[in-house]
Structures are given as structure tokens and as C-alpha cells.
Design a protein around this ligand. Sequence first.
Ligand SMILES: [Zn+2]
Ligand SMILES: [Zn+2]
Length: 256
Amino acid sequence: MGPWLASLSLPALFAVVTAAFLGMTLLSSGLGFACERLLRARRIWAVPLDRGQYRFELLGNLIFLPIQIAAFTAVLYAGAIRFDDDASPLLTFAICYVGFLVYYYPLHLLLHRRRWVRFHRWHHRSRVTTPLTGQSMGPVEAIAWAIGYLAIPALASLVLPISAGGFVAHVVYNVFGNIFGHSNFEMVNPLSRTRLASIFTPPFVYHALHHARWTGNYGFGSTGLDWVFGSEFGDWRRLATKVIDGEPLRSLKERG
Ligand SMILES: [Zn+2]
Ligand SMILES: [Zn+2]
């Protein structure tokens, strides 16, 4: 895949990146909305959305997507990620995955500091989350996400062989997880209530509580760093159990 990406002209690369981001966004959001509708027995919040929520979330996506498309096109066209055909896709995926978790946690803590929170408020306007919430954010936060997607493999490629397939697989996984993981329903995954959620995806209620309460559960796609640094909400497992058992949370202030 690396040589193919490198062979594309600038307009062709732009078209490929645009189609990829639009396709991933439409498919992941469509699946999220379908699951919200079909799995109503596993709703997280039985709380209505704010007035005009879909509208501002859509607008947030229209800020996020052009920033990602421009950044990916520029970085890939410049060859800033030095792909190696012999590199292991699995190892590249693991580097990007762990790198993004480790990058995102302190970034998210920073975005909750008084001086920086204005850049994060857009994302938090969604108190009850939807599939459109994941990519709903202001431009500064969207640029920080582009850095997470691109700078980690670019820096890693200076010292390690990086696979284009592994890089693309991570972006697809991350975008899908971000969009689908903001849906207002709970996935049933027996692993996700255990410490293994430190490595694998926790229940969706984990991040849903972050949107409702602001001051904990900062990790993206993992509880590990919240656990290490003591920023987990202590009741998230009890609330996850309740939702999985078919009892939605009826107030944003609900405690478990
Ligand atoms: Zn969120
Ligand atoms: Zn936040």
C-alpha cells in the first residue's frame, strides 16, 4: 500500500483521503444510529438530547473532517511517514494504538485545564452523546487529533519500520471506535467490565459518564491510564452493569 500511496498525484491522494474519511464517517455513524434504534433495551441515557444537538454536532464534523483531510493529504504527499514494505502491520498497529492512548490522555487532561477548556467545550456541548458526537469539536482540538493520527507514525518511522497497512488499519479502527463508541447504547462485552478494559475498549458508558460529569474517565478507548492516575469514576462498572441489564440511566446526575 505504501508504494501505491506514494504513486498518487496530489489531486488523486486528496480524493482518496476525502473518500476514506467520508466513507468511514458515514458507515460508522449509520451503524451507530441503527444500533441506537435496534437496541433500545440497552440505552445508556433515557434523557432527551439538547435542542439543536444534531445540528451543532454536524457542524462540528464539518470542522473536523476538512482538517483531517487536509492534514492527511499534506503529510502523506510530503512522505513524512516513511513506510517500509517489509514492516509488520501488526506491530505498526500496536505502536499507533498505544501511542494514541498515551498521547490522548494528557492532551485530554490539558483540555480540561481552565486555560484550555475553551478549545474542548464544543465536544462537551453533547451531554448525552450520539454517533455524531465523536468528531464534533472545534478546530484546535481537531488539529490535536490530526497530530495524534499522523505525528506518532511519522516520528516512529524515523527509528522503526512502519507499515502503511498497519497505519491505515489503526486510523480505520480509531475513527470507527470514536464515532460508534459515542452512540447512546451499550455493547455487551464481558471483558469490558474487567481490568482487561485497560487494554481493550471499555463499555460505552465509560466515556458517556465523562460527557455527563466532566471531571474523570479521561482515557480514550481504554481505562488503563485513568486507573494508574486515579482519575476513574468509582461507580462506572456498577452503572455499566445496570445499563447492560436493561436499566437506562434516567438523570445525568445519576450515581451508582
Ligand atoms: Zn467524547
Ligand atoms: Zn473532556
